[in-house]
Design a protein around this ligand. Structure first.
Ligand SMILES: [Zn+2]
Length: 245
């Protein structure tokens, strides 16, 4: 279903036989998952292994602003006023990014869509390019696990390095290994702030999940400590699934 034959060559006319078939995927994957679910990590592994471009909307905005593109300037007008950048601006950025060379096999999209309306505009845009979303990958980690995971983080005031007090503690408590700076819990690492963010997330996530489930392309990946799966395990599981299609 997702497989295409690439670089098919045969040299039989020079007295030797050589055939080379490289199998590659051609697909668009949309990542769903709460902040802190590890979806960014999963997406990067899959993109690298399957030779897909990894496109995060965060990076896309930063690049357009930094390079002062027309779309970047337009987005900045809204951002300067503290307003949300309209979907049509984001969609245009995404479209122009999808026209770049590294996207010839497709892409893993991280951070877009976030709402059902955005999902519909993405469907339309890809449709116009003769493509479609082939898979919506939902990284499903229990919320209490995410809260704990983030609450265990500490950031360095000096170099912004992030530690985990359980899994990746600094050599000396409260002190950064790299620069000796002071470690602290950022506002967005506090349990009540994370819980609130997850509540906001789950509202818009459900309509996205429904959208892709109705399209028959939702892949729900249970992840996290309670099921004993790291981001790497999940990525490999999804790759196996794609290859089996
Ligand atoms: Zn530091």
């Amino acid at each position: 279903m997702f497989y295409v034959e690439r670089n098919f060559m045969k040299f039989n006319d020079v007295g030797r036989s050589f055939s080379f078939v490289q199998m590659g995927v051609e697909m668009y994957i949309v990542l769903l998952g709460a902040p802190g679910s590890g979806k960014g990590t999963v997406g990067k592994i899959i993109a690298e292994d399957l030779k897909l471009a990894h496109i995060s909307t965060g990076d896309l905005f930063r690049e357009n602003l930094k390079n002062e593109t027309e779309l970047g300037k337009e987005a900045k007008k809204y951002m300067d006023k503290g307003e949300l950048v309209p979907d049509e601006v984001t969609i245009k950025m995404l479209k122009s990014r999808l026209e770049e060379n590294d996207v010839e096999n497709g892409a893993v999209l991280d951070g877009f869509p976030r709402t059902e309306v955005q999902a519909k505009s993405l469907d339309e845009m890809l449709n116009g390019m003769g493509a479609k979303v082939d898979m919506a990958l939902n990284i499903d980690v229990p919320f209490d696990e995410i809260v704990e995971r983030i609450a265990n983080r500490r950031s360095c005031k000096g170099c912004s390095e992030i530690y985990n007090v359980v899994f990746n503690p600094p050599k000396q408590e409260g002190i950064c290994d790299k620069c000796g700076g002071e470690l602290y819990q950022r506002e967005d690492q506090k349990p009540e702030v994370v819980e609130n963010r997850l509540k906001v997330y789950s509202k818009s996530a459900q309509e996205l999940i429904n959208h892709y489930e109705n399209a028959g392309i939702l892949y729900d990946a249970k992840a996290g400590d309670s099921v004993g799966k790291t981001s790497y395990d999940v990525a490999k599981e999804v790759e196996e699934y794609i290859k089996s299609k």
